[in-house]
Design a protein around this ligand. Structure first.
Ligand code: 5AD
Ligand code: SF4
Length: 435
């Protein structure tokens, strides 16, 4: 009782991608060892961590407005500690302390392991050094869910796509030893997890003692893990060998997230992506030939500097031609310090918005059509939990990563069920369990 009264509380708010969500799980893992417990409300916390994202300006603005809102809380409780982590922390470092005096700690994505030491110092700690040893660290991870888990396999990125801030914030590519990854996933299997997603900025350029196909083979041998996924793949590094491994390894799911970014080879060149649209198209063909039911999702950037009507039409044609299962599309956001930020031909926000909504509108129709085609089929679903909107329903995914909702009770969470698809929506499916 006394112990729980004395326990310290932390509130972590996460912006941006899955990588950041997983980094927050690592921060929580370290802090639990330090006697902290997680809270859902900043008002209940002794320590508040903002795990920030700088991939687009919008995420940055959102962070600064949330940070501003915490100011009054800190005024009332000066003992409250505030930390800024993630990519904005990495980029701006000490400048954050100057700009926002109510911040106590600043640490980047390569310095999460220093969290315990930092907290022992009272104020004004900045940890944003490049960390070449990051791949050798095995940080504790506090995972909320018990069915699906995310596992880092590599850190950083060497690609320097001209629009992207990531190589500057997360540093050079470094792969974890395959043995350490194997051990982590085997541990997850013995704790009842059924699915792992291998995480990295560019997973298919993973290389340690084995390459990415070799790693998949190793993980595929772990009893208890029924499904293996991975994000994100770079089209340039998608080898035939990897396609064959995906086809042959029974636990590797039939889904790939393969960011295209633009359908115009001219723009792809300006983006420094290292492939043409034709190259990409050929890889998609090979994937579909090897794994006919594979689902392919992608990222598209609308309104890159200098994107002409013709370039834009090339993207529209690509979306219509490839028929992706899903698209994450974004308006181009020039990031200070990247090469693209200084390129000619900036487009108005209005044109970017128009192009973005047209892409999404076209994709919505395609997604719906693809979902419709599944109606009447029976799918293997890994039940992830009870639906948030209807407590009488369960939610899970097909191997191809499509969300399916159906009637059921929580005894089935973590189980693999067969479900007939009875209705299609744009972003999910409705099902009925079958024997
Ligand atoms: N502006 C818009 N979108 C971007 N992305 C990365 N950088 C930018 C930027 N400056 C998108 C890319 C990438 C995804 C994670 O975010 O599409 O694949
Ligand atoms: Fe950014 Fe390109 Fe690296 Fe992805 S591959 S993180 S878009 S630089």
């Amino acid at each position: 009782m006394l112990f729980s009264f004395m326990k310290k509380h932390v509130y972590i708010t996460t912006f941006g991608c899955q990588m950041n969500v997983h980094d927050s799980e690592k921060m929580a893992g370290i802090l639990e060892q330090e006697g902290y417990s997680l809270r859902d409300n900043p008002k209940d916390a002794d320590l508040i961590i903002f795990n920030t994202c700088s991939i687009r300006q919008k995420a940055e603005q959102k962070f600064y407005s949330e940070l501003g809102r915490i100011k009054s809380l800190k005024k009332r409780r000066p003992d409250l500690k505030i930390a800024v982590a993630g990519c904005i922390a990495q980029q701006q470092g000490r400048a954050i302390l100057k700009k926002v005096p109510h911040v106590d700690y600043v640490f980047g994505p390569q310095n999460i392991h220093m969290l315990s030491d930092m907290l022992r110092t009272n104020k004004d700690v900045v940890a944003v050094d490049d960390n070449p040893e990051i791949a050798e660290l095995d940080l504790p991870v506090s995972r909320k869910e018990g069915v699906r888990a995310w596992v880092s396999i590599m850190y950083g990125c060497n690609n320097f796509c001209s629009y992207c801030i990531v190589p500057y914030t997360r540093g050079r590519e470094r792969s974890r030893p395959s043995e350490n990854i194997y051990r982590e996933v085997a541990g997850l299997a013995s704790n009842g997890f059924k699915e792992v997603t291998l995480l990295g900025q560019n997973v298919n350029s993973y290389r340690s003692d084995v390459d990415f196909s070799g790693l998949l083979k190793k993980i595929n041998s772990i009893e208890g893990i029924d499904r293996i996924r991975f994000v994100t793949s770079h089209p340039h590094d998608l080898s035939d060998d990897l396609i064959i491994s995906m086809k042959e390894l029974d636990r590797v799911c039939e889904h790939i997230h393969l960011p295209l970014q633009s359908g115009s080879s001219r723009i792809l060149e300006l983006m420094n992506r290292g492939y043409t649209y034709e190259d990409y198209r050929r890889k998609v063909e090979r994937l579909k030939d090897a794994i006919p039911h594979i689902s392919i999702t992608t990222d598209i950037i609308a309104g890159f500097h200098g994107e002409t009507d013709n370039d834009y039409m090339a993207t529209i044609n690509a979306v219509n031609d490839i028929e992706f299962d899903g698209i994450f599309a974004f308006k181009f956001s020039p990031r200070p310090g990247t090469r693209a930020a200084n390129m000619e031909g900036q487009l108005s926000d209005e044109i970017k918005s128009e192009r973005l909504s047209e892409i999404l509108e076209i994709q919505d129709k395609i997604s719906f059509m693809k979902n419709e085609a599944l109606r009447g089929s029976v799918q293997e679903i890994l039940v992830e939990g009870v639906s948030e909107t209807d407590k009488g329903k369960l939610t899970g995914r097909t191997r191809t990563n499509k969300i399916v909702n159906f009637r059921g009770t929580d005894v089935h969470v973590g189980q693999m069920l067969y479900v007939e698809i009875v209705e299609a929506r744009r972003h999910s499916l409705e099902g009925r369990p079958v024997r």
